[in-house]
Design a protein around this ligand. Structure first.
Ligand SMILES: Nc1nc2c(ncn2[C@@H]2O[C@H](COP(=O)(O)OP(=O)(O)OP(=O)(O)O)[C@@H](O)[C@H]2O)c(=O)[nH]1
Ligand SMILES: [Mg+2]
Length: 232
């Protein structure tokens, strides 16, 4: 699947911006969205999934020209999946709505797809290093180590920023609706023998709002549990 030069309907050796929907799962990210949305590369469709926000996230996203989908069931995976179902373009990128990742780096992931990868994922390079708390970093490193051992996959992070063709992602039938979603995407890609390419991406502190995962003990423990469940 996905080898360079192969054609299944669309030209698989090129990805144009207007082929791409950018799914942005958001739970109370109104403060970060205007800047983030202004930086989505021209031609791509920003698709904000408003996941139970009470800070006007949906209104702000609409005012900035984004397509907005509402998903009431909480959970990162729930929000991303709602975006995948709603998206109408053939190539999907996913990026957090908290301003921690740079949309300017999405084209580099898309280049990997065009070059034959089935899934392109970002490897976070924190700037400054405190942007990625040590416990969260160790958790992601452990998961990546297990993925390398289980599937020979050359990954070093759980891939918080991703690019994949919609039909390929739907074919993986990812079931996690919480924080294990990115891990399950990788597990299923490994089991399916997909080609997974990783590129470095800058990871900064969230630009507004409050941390839901790594900044609290409760959020971190829950994410750790979800990661382990997705690995098993
Ligand atoms: N955690 C969490 N994130 C959600 C949910 N729904 C949407 N999201 C979005 O998913 C993205 C990732 O969540 P974050 O809370 O930034 O997770 P994180 O980066 O691991 O942790 P912090 O930034 O430290 O909170 C953000 O854009 C969230 O707004 C949800 O129910 N839970
Ligand atoms: Mg974050």
């Amino acid at each position: 699947m996905g080898s360079s030069g192969e054609r299944t309907g669309a030209d698989r050796t090129r990805v144009e911006p207007d082929d791409v929907s950018v799914i942005i799962p958001c739970r109370n990210e109104a403060g970060s969205l205007p800047d983030l949305l202004a930086r989505i590369p021209a031609g791509m469709e920003p698709l904000v999934v408003d996941n139970g926000s009470d800070d006007g996230t949906g209104r702000v996203a609409r005012d900035c020209g984004a397509t907005v989908v509402t998903e009431r069931r909480p959970g990162y995976g729930s929000a991303v999946h709602a975006g995948v179902v709603a998206a109408r373009r053939p190539v999907l990128c996913t990026i957090d709505g908290d301003g921690s990742l740079s949309p300017e780096e999405l084209p580099r992931l898309l280049e990997r797809l065009a070059a034959g990868a089935d899934l392109a994922v970002g490897r976070r390079i924190p700037q400054p290093s405190s942007a990625w708390p040590m416990h969260a970093r160790l958790g992601s490193l452990f998961v990546a180590w297990r993925l390398r051992r289980m599937y020979g996959m050359g990954v070093h992070d759980i891939g918080p920023m991703r690019a994949i063709r919609r039909e390929v992602l739907l074919g993986l039938d990812v079931g996690d609706r919480r924080s294990g979603y990115p891990v399950e995407v990788l597990v299923r890609a490994g089991r399916a023998g997909l080609r997974v390419d990783e590129c470095d991406v800058i990871y900064r502190p969230r630009t507004a709002g409050t941390s839901k995962v790594s900044g609290s003990l409760r959020g971190s423990v829950r994410a750790g549990r979800d990661f382990l469940a997705a690995l098993s």
